[in-house]
Design a protein around this ligand. Structure first.
Ligand SMILES: *[C@@H]1O[C@H](CO)[C@@H](O)[C@H](O)[C@H]1NC(C)=O
Ligand SMILES: *[C@@H]1O[C@H](CO)[C@@H](O)[C@H](O)[C@H]1NC(C)=O
Ligand SMILES: *[C@@H]1O[C@H](CO)[C@@H](O)[C@H](O)[C@H]1NC(C)=O
Ligand SMILES: *[C@@H]1O[C@H](CO)[C@@H](O)[C@H](O)[C@H]1NC(C)=O
Length: 266
């Protein structure tokens, strides 16, 4: 009994020690090209037969798209292995295959995941795309709690890459919710939470959105007290309503992912 517990414990400890690095956070590829997504580890990946690849498309739960074990390396997906790395090659890639690709390694019946690489196929920018910053409704001199900031990316044809920085310092990635309009275009809401005093300290918050490989991006910056273009109360109210909706949607999505979205194995 104690021995069994020890085994479970040691495999947990060992499992936690194996990290998968996906150092490229974002990758652009043109439609019908071959995409190559890398994953590496300090440990020996044993020929890569325990590697899996998952794709999380916008608004969907992650699905397993490739198990490297039963690999004839024919067809769309191919696994290429070296001792400390594994590469997924996807040929003739299409726009619908944009999303976040995670490598996973099966280690004594646990799956260990990498942090994911966002793959953007082609150009997500359309002639109706715009980006808007949403900030908390100012409530006097409140200094406790958390501030929710969001970037709304409207009218894109496929996912984009959003990064956040505070006074030039890169932050953890935000959480994204997506809504699909009837014409097929996407509206994305990317949201971060920071301590209220970080927000009210007057630091410069920037949300940067990349739509394609052109090297240009759209940046929106703001700082407390947020400047409201017209100073119009109705406009501020609209922002306040929007931010509450964002928070509600993000908490719903968190509740959802906690209850139901354990990724299925291949
Ligand atoms: C994955 O992301 C987390 C949070 O951003 C970070 O702490 C961790 O070091 C990353 N892991 C790897 C293996 O890069
Ligand atoms: C926007 O693009 C769509 C197709 O991509 C086109 O049908 C439409 O005319 C364009 N609208 C404007 C205002 O350029
Ligand atoms: C905030 O930072 C961004 C980029 O780091 C810069 O472009 C912008 O001018 C800054 N805004 C303010 C108000 O300082
Ligand atoms: C790429 O994105 C930029 C905005 O970052 C946009 O202005 C441009 O039209 C997009 N498309 C191409 C082909 O550059």
């Amino acid at each position: 009994m104690i021995f069994a517990e020890y085994l479970v414990l040691s495999s947990l400890v060992l499992g936690v020690r194996l990290y998968l690095y996906q150092t490229q956070r974002i990758q652009f590829v043109e439609v019908s090209d071959t995409a190559k997504i890398h994953c590496s580890s300090k440990e020996n990946l044993e020929g890569g037969s325990s590697m899996f690849w998952y794709l999380r498309r916008e608004g969907e739960t992650p699905t397993c798209i490739k198990r490297c074990l039963d690999d004839q390396n024919v067809g769309k997906f191919a696994c290429k292995h070296e001792t400390h790395s594994s590469t997924l090659e996807i040929s003739n890639i299409q726009k619908t295959e944009s999303g976040i690709y995670y490598c996973a390694f099966e280690y004594s019946s646990y799956l260990i995941f990498g942090n994911g690489t966002t793959l953007i196929v082609g150009d997500s920018y359309t002639n109706s795309s715009w980006v808007m910053f949403l900030v908390p409704f100012p409530r006097g001199t409140q200094v406790t709690g958390t501030a929710n900031l969001a970037c709304v990316i409207h009218g894109v044809s496929s996912p984009v890459h959003v990064s956040w920085s505070v006074s030039g310092e890169l932050q953890e990635q935000g959480l994204t919710r997506s809504l699909r309009a009837r014409d097929g275009s996407l509206t994305l809401i990317n949201h971060i939470s920071v301590p209220m005093d970080t927000w009210t300290s007057g630091k410069n918050f920037t949300c940067e959105v990349k739509f394609n490989s052109s090297g240009s991006s759209v940046k929106k910056s703001t700082r407390y007290p947020a400047a409201h273009p017209s100073g119009c109360v109705a406009q501020m109210l609209r922002y306040a309503v929007a931010i509450s909706l964002v928070v509600l949607m993000v908490s719903l999505s968190l509740a959802w992912s906690h209850c139901c979205s354990t990724p299925a194995k291949c």
